[in-house]
Design a protein around this ligand. Structure first.
Ligand SMILES: Nc1ncnc2c1ncn2[C@@H]1O[C@H](COP(=O)(O)OP(=O)(O)OP(=O)(O)O)[C@@H](O)[C@H]1O
Length: 416
């Protein structure tokens, strides 16, 4: 067990970027990328035994498809703290004997959504201090930590030090969060109720209707989505190409048979190929699914698409910040991995004949600069790690003693 306390031993700051899909975890001393833990449990419908975190992925990858998945975070918020506790325990036990987590001398650092109801904050306080018995707790929005990362990573591009707008498109939602002086401007934070989960569900429906019933095969469809979907920068053109069976767009996904192959894979469409495998042909669903991020009304969600949401968010901020925010937009989150995501945002913000909003969403007077983080899923965690190395980190930490004296108010001392 490592000696000292979190104040002097970087192994004792435990860092969780607590995504609704994956928890990215490590310590301040971790070198390289964090590890990930699937943030769900799976219950075997026949034996009722259950699997926790990555065990679920292992079972699913081996072809065990009769698992019911339960996610402890629902719509981004903690919904089932017992399940979350099980998954956190699984992570702590993975640290091994040598680096065994000693809660009494460790600080637990956690990312949460930018706006967190008191009742959820209270439950996190209970879990961290009462159930696990940590000595200290640092709670922050993921977006503030992403900023910490981006300010360093893009410093040569002269990203503004004070003022940025984070566009974070993850599993549950897509957020636009303006940041000033490292702190989110909460009243201006805006969100659309579309994230990776909804898009995977949508693709499941489309494939199940047109080809094979893949209901319940969430991870398989997720894999198809991650390999084959993209954000179109020429939507009408791409639709036309699909009608003409253009092989530039048509792709195939070979389904696993769980006998000779355990994993599916994508490949080019070849009309001449004779094939014994079960195949899904992906045409316009490759881009109509991610299109819902830009046109939510396509699936009857009456909210603004991403570029309009960004401008709505900036409009809620003081006018003096407007130019700075448009000049410092940082895109992150797992969905930012879709090819074309950042380009499409830029096209629609500026306005372009090839897309549906030719006039654009930014004022003519504002310059636009969009920064795409290099490894969108991990950058928030890296920002968190950088933050815990700052000289003033301790000022943002709530100790067990402070929590016992002040309760949940102790977390309101700072606004990250
Ligand atoms: N290469 C990819 N292409 C498309 N989508 C991807 C890719 N990689 C990851 N994703 C999607 O990103 C989503 C997860 O993103 P992220 O890790 O930012 O979310 P999270 O932090 O777990 O959740 P949240 O931010 O909602 O709390 C998943 O839906 C996943 O399918």
């Amino acid at each position: 067990m490592p000696g000292g306390t979190w104040r002097d031993n970087p192994d004792k700051c435990i860092l969780f970027d607590n995504g609704a899909y994956n928890i990215k975890y490590g310590t301040t001393a971790t070198e390289g990328d964090p590890k990930t833990m699937f943030n769900a449990i799976g219950k075997d419908r026949s034996t009722l035994s259950f699997f926790v975190g990555n065990e679920v992925l292992e079972k699913l990858n081996k072809g065990q498809t009769n698992l019911t998945l339960t996610f402890p975070l629902v719509r981004g918020l903690l919904h089932d703290s017992d399940i979350e506790t099980m998954i956190w325990k699984k992570i702590f036990s993975s640290f091994g004997k040598k680096k065994k987590v000693d809660e009494k001398t460790s600080c637990f650092c956690l990312t949460t959504p930018p706006v967190l109801p008191d009742i959820v904050l209270e439950r996190y306080g209970e879990m961290v201090f009462e159930d696990f018995g940590f000595d200290a707790f640092f709670k922050t929005s993921g977006q503030s930590m992403l900023c910490e990362f981006a300010k360093d990573y893009f410093k040569d591009d002269e990203i503004d030090d004070e003022c940025q707008l984070i566009l974070d498109s993850g599993f549950s939602f897509t957020y636009a969060v303006p940041i000033f002086g490292g702190m989110p401007i909460k009243h201006a934070s805006t969100r659309i109720d579309i994230g990776g989960k909804l898009m995977t569900n949508l693709l499941t429906e489309i494939i199940s209707y047109k080809e094979y019933n893949l209901t319940g095969e969430t991870l398989l469809v997720n894999d198809i989505k991650e390999h084959l979907c993209y954000v179109s920068t020429e939507f009408d053109n791409d639709l036309e190409k699909c009608k003409n069976k253009d092989t530039e767009i048509l792709k195939e996904y070979v389904l696993p048979d769980y006998n000779t192959t355990k994993k599916g894979y994508p490949r080019d469409f070849d009309p001449m190929r004779q094939s014994a495998e079960q195949i899904i042909t992906m045409g316009n669903s490759r881009f109509t699914v991610p299109e819902v991020l830009f046109n939510p009304s396509n699936i009857n969600i009456h909210q603004a698409g991403i570029p309009e949401m960004i401008s709505q968010c900036i409009n809620k901020c003081p006018e003096a910040m407007e130019n700075l925010l448009y000049r410092n937009i940082i895109i992150t989150g797992g969905n930012a991995n879709f090819t074309g995501f950042a380009e499409r945002c830029e096209l629609e913000m500026i306005g372009d004949e090839s897309i549906q909003h030719p006039t654009g969403f930014k004022p003519d007077s504002a310059d636009l600069r969009i920064f795409l983080t290099p490894n969108p899923e991990f950058n928030t965690w890296h920002g968190l790690q950088m933050f815990t190395k700052r000289d003033d980190f301790e000022d943002y930490v709530v100790t067990k003693q402070e929590y016992e004296d002040e309760g949940v108010r102790a977390f309101r001392r700072y606004n990250l």
